[in-house]
Design a protein around this ligand. Structure first.
Ligand code: HEC
Ligand code: HEC
Length: 372
């Protein structure tokens, strides 16, 4: 069972912050089942100037700085380089005009900043494109978590009729094997395989590439002990993020992505039509649950929610306060929370790791673009 139950913030305050030291880290172990409060008790007013060491200690119970990246083995390196080409490869779409990068622009924080994306023939799906940055740290992929891994996820878009619209795996494989450079690169990336060019190897290479898409930020430097990395307002916001209970859902190295949670937990979310996790499990208990999104780079990844219906961050924070926590946040609290969220904007990898690499020319055998 992947869903983590809530530890309401009032339990945190009742325990006292000192007692937090004994808490399990939410990313590693589900917290005890407790029913959520319909009406929340007022939290203590935040101090004007926080004690940076105390805030850092408090935060360390909910967030772990990502581990340093180990050097990749040689065939993984070849998979990453291939994955980068495939990510930018429009010939993986039926009309050769849509690539992964069309909806997950790597120079725009892994999104297209549209409520709903344009796919094959300008068709729109029903959900907002989440960022691919830090997605490797999610417990499952898609808003409803229907793909367990990045590998499983990556096979989806090529054959999705409103995204890249390829008719079948055969067409993907025929396209890739028609270009000698791809054949060579698949052999280098999958040296032990008898048939290197397959849809599932393409997905594996895409996933290997996506795992390199991380965005270290000032927040990580703060967690690592460099207290001046966050301003006083950002630290107040971080403290509010923990004490108001945002961390019950947004926690772990990606500041989210560790559980499925109900949108409208405390108060029914208005006009919610998407069944969310229910689509993947057909379990009634999962209706209206969504995989909690990462909040890394959230300043840059709007519009927000699974349907892209919320345009700005202060509105989003107020909605979370009301529908997830039963609280009307004050203007000052919203300002501090937004300041903290902006500190999660990280550094994109250098252009030579994410920009479109040169792609091999089509040959006579490459299937032609098909606009139908
Ligand atoms: C037409 C736009 C479009 C294209 C093209 C596209 N995606 Fe997506 N992507 C989306 C949307 C929309 C979702 C969310 C769908 C859902 O949750 O049901 C998504 C979800 C994802 C996720 C899950 C992220 C998360 O946080 O759950 C990953 C990873 C991803 N796409 C990678 C890719 C890769 C790799 C490709 C190319 C093979 C690709 N996408 C092509 C629109 C697109
Ligand atoms: C009960 C769990 C829960 C709590 C508590 C919670 N959130 Fe969320 N949050 C979610 C879920 C689930 C979503 C995605 C819902 C959807 O897309 O329909 C979300 C979405 C968001 C988004 C939009 C991200 C995006 O990329 O679309 C922001 C910003 C956000 N939350 C901030 C906060 C803040 C700030 C707090 C505390 C005031 C908070 N959340 C409390 C579960 C929670």
């Amino acid at each position: 069972m992947l869903r983590h139950r809530l530890l309401p913030w009032f339990t945190l305050s009742a325990l006292g912050l000192g007692a937090l030291a004994g808490c399990e880290r939410p990313a590693e172990a589900p917290v005890a089942a407790v029913s959520a409060p319909a009406v929340a008790v007022k939290p203590p007013a935040p101090p004007a100037v926080p004690n940076a060491a105390g805030v850092a200690k408090l935060a360390s119970h909910f967030f772990q700085a990502p581990r340093a990246e180990a050097p990749l083995p040689a065939d993984t390196e070849a998979q990453v380089a291939l994955g980068r080409m495939l990510f930018h490869e429009p010939r993986l779409s039926k009309n050769h005009d849509v690539s992964c990068n069309s909806c997950h622009g790597l120079d725009t924080f892994g999104v297209d900043n549209k409520a709903l994306s344009d796919g094959h023939r300008g068709q729109k799906g029903s959900r907002n494109s989440p960022t691919v940055y830090n997605a490797g740290r999610h417990i499952a992929q898609f808003w409803d978590g229907r793909a367990a891994t990045l590998e499983a996820q990556a096979e989806g878009p090529m054959m999705n009729p409103v995204e890249m619209a390829m008719p079948d795996a055969k067409r993907v494989e025929a396209t890739l094997s028609s270009m000698p450079e791809y054949a060579t690169r698949f052999r280098a990336a999958f040296p032990k395989e008898r048939k290197p060019v397959t849809l599932s190897h393409a997905a594996k290479a895409l996933a290997a590439f996506e795992r390199t898409l991380t965005t270290p930020s000032r927040f990580d430097r703060f967690l690592a002990g460099e207290h001046a990395a966050l301003s006083v307002a950002e630290q107040r916001g971080l403290e509010a993020f923990v004490t108001t209970g945002c961390t019950t859902c947004h926690n772990g190295p990606a500041v989210g992505g560790t559980s499925f949670q109900k949108l409208g937990l405390v108060e029914a979310y208005p006009k919610l039509t998407d069944a969310g996790r229910f689509d993947a499990t057909k379990n009634e208990d999962d209706r209206g649950y969504f995989r909690v999104p990462t909040l890394r780079n959230v300043e840059k990844t709007g519009p927000y929610l699974h349907d892209g219906s919320v345009r700005d961050l202060p509105t989003m924070v107020r909605l979370m306060g009301r529908y997830q926590l039963g609280r009307t946040l004050k203007d000052g609290e919203v300002d501090d929370l937004v300041a903290f969220l902006k500190s999660l904007t990280g550094e994109l990898p250098p252009a030579e790791r994410i920009s479109a690499p040169p792609l091999p020319p089509s040959t006579k055998r490459t299937p032609k673009p098909d606009p139908s």
